[in-house]
Ligand binder design. Structure first.
Ligand SMILES: Nc1ncnc2c1ncn2[C@@H]1O[C@H](COP(=O)(O)OP(=O)(O)OP(=O)(O)O)[C@@H](O)[C@H]1O
Length: 240
């Protein structure tokens, strides 16, 4: 798996949500995408999965520009959007069979993925009846059903209770042993528990991209480092 983001700029009107972003990912690792509200994390994730059209730059996934190879790229990228949109009236297995059909993959993969995210006892229930933690597992299942090389998770544990957070983290950790995972979060413990590398975005600019220990550096904790970097004014001609 390789992902190369070169000089990516994404604007909404006159405002640059992402300002000349460069990122290179080559290894199977779990990367934490950090940044205050409105930093540009979701915009970056949506750009990588091809859900947003970028204004400048290029995103090269497995050696090919995703803008020119959209269908092929989507086969190898999994995405769990923020707030995990699901069809609440559908049954778990029915929904995942539906997703499998969209990807043109055998429905036999459905039971495999149900097992992998730990929702076998829930597979015949309506999605709307599930707890938030189990809904999140269904979201993860749809994101990995086509065995993507790159998994993108936008705040995967947001709004879950502490037990559910640990359960989802364990699932992500297991997936991360074989896949590249890019996850956004506001929870520093999550980064500590899961990530080997941190990318910090602030006002559409990358402030840091380094191993987690380097990020903590002289600050001692991720919280301190985050606060210190993001409270520093960013010089940026495009972003207001
Ligand atoms: N579809 C859109 N139209 C207009 N502006 C947008 C759109 N999507 C995002 N923005 C703006 O772009 C900036 C970056 O938003 P984005 O959602 O990427 O931030 P984020 O880092 O994911 O924030 P959060 O942590 O709150 O989820 C914000 O100023 C936001 O208001």
């Amino acid at each position: 798996m390789s992902l190369q983001i070169n000089n990516l700029t994404k604007k909404f009107g006159e405002q640059a949500a992402l300002n000349n972003i460069n990122i290179s990912i080559n290894n199977n690792e779990i990367i934490g995408l950090l940044g205050p509200n409105g930093a540009g994390k979701s915009t970056l994730m949506k750009s990588i999965v091809g859900a947003l059209k970028i204004d400048e730059g290029e995103i090269i996934f497995n050696g090919k520009n995703i803008a020119e190879n959209e269908t092929e790229s989507k086969k190898k990228i999994g995405f769990l959007p923020e707030n995990n949109p699901l069809y609440l009236e559908m049954f778990v297995k029915e929904y995942l069979q539906f997703v499998a059909n969209i990807h043109h993959i055998p429905v036999s993969r459905v039971d495999e993925v149900i097992e992998l995210v730990g929702i076998t006892p829930e597979k015949s229930k309506k999605i709307g009846q599930l707890s938030k933690g189990y809904k999140q597992r269904v979201g993860l299942a749809q994101a990995i059903i086509h065995q993507p090389d790159l998994l993108i998770l936008d705040e995967p544990t947001n709004g879950l209770d502490p037990n559910q957070i640990i359960e989802i983290r364990n699932v992500v950790k297991e997936i991360g042993q074989q896949k590249t995972v890019l996850l956004s979060t506001h929870i520093m413990q999550e980064v500590e528990a899961l990530c080997s590398r941190v990318i910090l975005i602030h006002k559409g600019n990358i402030l840091q991209d380094c191993p987690i220990n380097e990020f903590k550096g002289k600050f001692g904790s991720l919280e301190e480092a985050f606060a210190s970097y993001t409270q520093t004014p960013v010089t940026d001609e495009i972003h207001p």
